[in-house]
Design a protein around this ligand. Sequence first.
Ligand code: ADP
Length: 230
Amino acid sequence: GSQLIVVTGLPTSGKSTRAKQLCEYVSQRIADSPKHQNHRLHLISDDSLSIDRSVYHLSPEAVPAHTRSANASEKDARAALYAAVKRVLSDNDFVILDGLNYIKGWRYQLHCEAKAMRTPNCILQIGCSVDRARAVNEERLRKRRRQQEPSGADTREGDVIPEGDATEPYEPANWDNLVFRYEEPNPMTRWDSPLFTLIWDDDQDQTRKTFDSLWDVMAGDGKPVVRPNQ
Ligand code: ADP
């Protein structure tokens, strides 16, 4: 059957990095498992759908912080993500949805869609301190400023972003506001469970352990998928 894995975490907390690691892991497990030979793996993200980071920006003058759904462009982005997930959720698909997925009601909606397709879903939470995540965004902002400056101002001191990192930063106010609006997953609810968590410092071994238990619960043999009702 299909599986939907919803990644969630603060902006610039390492979600895409972990989603890619999970993608490699799952594709290996699919290759090693005769039962999953005909399964396909899909990674859907803002980047894969060319959704700009600015769609999450609520202008504080225009909209009170709590009326998030008033933001039309974010609504459009969610509609595009929803359609992309829906399109690929069929009989034999593993879908990893890499994104903020920070709204409880949105995760609920994804859960209902998965359920309607008889697809189990789980949450992979990327745990990261606010300060660490902010440092990543600030480094990306610095990097973008450097690129916009005339050449010669190319100092790399304190550069923590690897060369290949071409991802756009969030505007600082947008970033702050997303952190403020972030709704932590709650494993007591059926739409946020089962819940798996990786933290920034989890090394390869620990990450593998977490992926192993995710795989066992979602795709393992013999074990029925546990779906607590509340
Ligand atoms: P997000 O998808 O949440 O915006 P990214 O996955 O793009 O975040 O990660 C932001 C930056 O942090 C990247 O440069 C990435 O290489 C680095 N990074 C992410 N997770 C880790 C980690 N666990 N340890 C070290 N560096 C990391």
